[in-house]
Design a protein around this ligand. Structure first.
Ligand SMILES: Cc1cc2nc3c(=O)[nH]c(=O)nc-3n(C[C@H](O)[C@H](O)[C@H](O)COP(=O)(O)O)c2cc1C
Length: 108
C-alpha cells in the first residue's frame, strides 16, 4: 500500500523507481551497469526497465503474484523484441529511452 509506513513494492513503485534509474543512468552516462528493480510484473515492464537504463533486472513482488512462469514470459518478450527490432543482444536496449524516462516527474 502506497500510503502505509514501511516498504513499498510492486506496481505502485514502477514509475518512481524507473525514473530514478533513468536519472542515474543519464548522470553516469551509462558507464556503470545498473540493476533495475521495482514493479516489474510482465515482459513489457521488464523491457521498459531495461530501456530506462538497467543492464540487469531484479524482481520480487511480481514473482509472488504472477508465479515462476513470469520468468519465461519475460524472456520470451525480450527475445521477441530483440528479434523484431533486429538487435544482436537484448542488452542493446539498455538506456535506449533513458532520456525520456529521466525527464518524467517522479509521480504521475
Ligand atoms: C517481502 C519482501 C521482503 C524483502 N526483503 C528485502 C531484503 O531483505 N533486503 C532488501 O534489500 N530488499 C528486500 N526487499 C525489497 C525488494 O528486493 C525490492 O527492492 C522491492 O520489493 C521492489 O521490487 P519489486 O517491486 O519487484 O518487489 C523485500 C521486498 C519484499 C516484498
Amino acid at each position: 500500500m502506497k500510503t502505509e509506513t514501511g516498504g513499498l513494492s510492486g506496481r505502485p513503485l514502477f514509475r518512481r523507481s524507473t525514473v530514478m534509474l533513468a536519472r542515474i543512468y543519464v548522470l553516469t552516462a551509462g558507464r556503470i551497469p545498473l540493476i533495475g528493480i521495482g514493479g516489474i510484473d510482465s515482459g513489457e515492464t521488464a523491457l521498459q526497465k531495461m530501456e530506462a537504463g538497467a543492464s540487469l533486472i531484479q524482481l520480487y513482488t511480481g514473482l509472488i503474484y504472477e508465479g515462476p512462469g513470469l520468468i519465461r514470459r519475460i524472456k520470451d518478450h525480450l527475445a521477441r523484441h530483440a528479434h523484431s527490432t533486429g538487435l544482436q543482444r537484448i542488452t542493446d536496449v539498455t538506456g535506449q529511452r533513458a532520456e525520456q524516462w529521466a525527464a518524467l516527474p517522479l509521480e504521475g
